[in-house]
Design a protein around this ligand. Structure first.
Ligand SMILES: O=C(O)CCC(=O)C(=O)O
Length: 272
């Protein structure tokens, strides 16, 4: 625990190997497969799919479903994540324990939790250099957060792993510019440090925690399968979210009765 916190404070991130149990991961994948099934049915109803590819595997089925419509594939699932199988990761005891040390006793799941199916060679899934705080506001540097990123398939430079600039969380919120699909850190701030980037090549079961101020990006996927991953953020719930949405309370000494108590309760809530 101590070295994880030291890394997080010094470098802006820390990798935790093998902390998600296979049942937890399987529950998440099961829900993702259900979402893909629903998309297959929807596309067949719309007359855009002759074959639903029911036997294609998790890593490739989404590619098959959209091969004739490359601009229509989903790049992110958010409201869809209020399903029981996702709760075990969001409310993971080790992650909440760490968040407790870093953020204090009041912890919310910040209203920015996502599953990303990163399809190959698709500009809409290439997340450019940014700080999460850059998407919120200049004032977001006061937000006390711990970001979590977890792969559902082995991730590497080829299939679009994350890249971080160590120590960049100490530089405050820097200017971002709008690119075609995402914001990106202004060249004046990223070019001088880009060569210091480290690639986060990790396996399902591993997670990386990082600061909301860390310069990071998701590389393009140049493999032939979908790079599935999960990313979410814990925040000190005594602070405002600086968004119109409020997230959900996962730990609290002040109002324990307001905490989302289990997977069933999670599934009844909405993205907010
Ligand atoms: O998954 C990716 O490629 C990018 C994710 C990201 O930028 C984030 O979690 O903040």
């Amino acid at each position: 625990m101590e070295s994880v916190i030291t890394d997080f404070n010094e470098n802006g991130f820390s990798i935790l190997h093998g902390i998600l149990a296979s049942e937890t991961l399987e529950a998440v994948k099961h829900e993702c497969k259900t979402l893909v099934d629903a998309l297959a049915s929807q596309r067949q109803t719309e007359g855009k799919l002759a074959n639903m590819y029911p036997d294609a595997d998790f890593e490739t089925r989404l590619i098959r479903l959209y091969e004739n419509y490359p601009d229509e594939n989903p790049t992110i699932f958010r409201p869809e994540l209020h399903r029981e199988g996702f709760f075990g990761v969001f409310a993971h005891s080790i992650l909440l324990e760490l968040a407790g040390v870093i953020l204090g006793p009041e912890i919310r799941l910040y209203p920015n939790y996502s599953v990303r199916p990163k399809l190959p060679e698709n500009k809409r899934t290439e997340v450019l250099w940014h700080q999460d705080a850059g998407y919120t506001s200049k004032e977001a540097d006061v937000l006390r957060m711990m970001n979590v990123w977890a792969p559902l398939v082995p991730v590497n430079i080829e299939n679009g792993c994350m890249e971080f600039i160590p120590g960049s969380h100490k530089w405050g919120v820097v200017p971002h510019e709008k690119d075609e699909y995402y914001l990106r850190i202004h060249d004046d701030y990223i070019k001088p440090v880009e060569a210091d980037a480290v690639s986060i090549e990790i396996l399902p079961g591993d997670v990386v925690i990082f600061s909301n101020l860390l310069f990071h990006r998701g590389l393009p996927n140049r493999a032939q399968h979908v790079r599935w991953s999960l990313d979410f953020r814990y925040q000190d719930a005594t602070q405002p979210t600086l968004r119109t949405t409020q997230g959900h309370l996962l730990r609290s000494q002040r109002t324990p009765e307001a905490v989302v108590k289990d997977a069933k309760a999670w599934a009844q809530l909405e993205f907010q």
